[in-house]
Design a protein around this ligand. Sequence first.
Ligand SMILES: [Zn+2]
Length: 489
Amino acid sequence: MTTVILRNADCIYTCDDRNRAYRNGYILVRNHRIAEIGHEPWQGHHADISHDLTGCVVIPGLINTHHHFFQSIVRGIPATQRAFAIDWLAGLYPLWSELDPEALYWASMTATAELLLTGATTTADHSYLMPSEDGDFVVSQVNAATDTGIRLHLVRGSMPTMEGDLAARLAPVMGKRLRRLQDRDEELIPAIEDALRIHHDPSRHSMLRLALGPTGVSYARPDFMRRIADIAAAGNCGLHTHYLPRQIERTLSRQLTGLDPLSVLAESGWLRPGTWFAHCTELDDNEIKAFAENGCGVAHCPRTIIRLGYQIPRIAAMRRQGIRVGIGVDGASSNDSGSMLNEVRLGLMLHRINTPDDADPLSEWMTPYQALLMATRNGAAILGRDDIGHLAPDMSADIVAFDLDDVSYVGASSDPLAALLMCGSDSRARLTMVNGRTVVENGKLASFNEDAIVTNAGAAGHRLLSAAQRHTGIDFARPTGEGQQAHMV
Ligand SMILES: [Zn+2]
């Protein structure tokens, strides 16, 4: 039996059913679970491991509800720095198509390390690109999560059809290699069923669960959407995909199916608890009502919205209707930083800017505590979990501490949570614990050699860039458009 005591925390925000916060508190962890929370002085005598958290604010481990690990080794690519949506995808697919299991392992190490360092203890990963039959992409991700120590909800994804006119645009550039991107049912379905059978652990305190879902709603293949929903229902796992939907998608849906996008989701069994959608930037009133009534969640990815020029989602309207809205950092190609804490900071603010005819009223601007709940309790509910997302006895010991003893927090001591979410120029955690294991200590990764990740992931990214350039002739380092650039000398 291992016991760990976290002592002298400046303030512990439990996010529990009574919204309790403890000034000058302690947490006792026993056998991977939280055993006690209280005010100092702790009355116990011995613990195997002790951490002094003087000057720290302590919160439940943050829960990231949307990511694409594979993108983490190719960020800030000049050719797509200013591209919008489909152009951005067209620019990056030739690069991503070079992915192999080893590159995915290092990309996943990068993504999970960055999440743990910035306060996330659980993450979803929407992994929809597995462009080769050599090796096992799922195992690469599972191994990386085990090595860094994060709790993983792996969305075993797919791409049955490509969005918009992408296939036609990419064919001249990629030739036969375009086939690497699109899945074929006869290979995909058995692979999904195998992954579910081998890796999905629905038990309480599980470190690895699976969910299913293609990269976007396939309006050309509603039969595929239904099949995936049926497999997920039979396998007792969640469903996840991107859903905005843009006007062009609404038109396409009507052309191909005779239905609006919401009806396609309803008819294919996607409107149910356990389903969550990324972005939801253009939901209408019917969609908000249907998501709320059917228990569907939303992964809000604030920085992606800014990076790709999306509309700002109607967060207040969603919350008013009772939709569970969580926070997601999204893939590193549309959020070149994977900092979870910074994403929560931005989520607290972004909805305050809104289109004039759909303004989030001042009375509904979120408090720092509501933003924290989005990234903790809401995230847990979206992923269908009752063992993470708040701090209480018998919950998994997923705990994060941030040190506020820093010049960037001066003057904010009256509200430690506001200090963390409204101030601060750094996002590294002092301590990150997942399932009772310390994986970040004093702002450094404790579970794996961080320098090895930097070196190996950097090399894997270079390998992808050179292979893509060799196969397509595209110079990914060359910026597109006329914007002013510095000249390297
Ligand atoms: Zn995404």
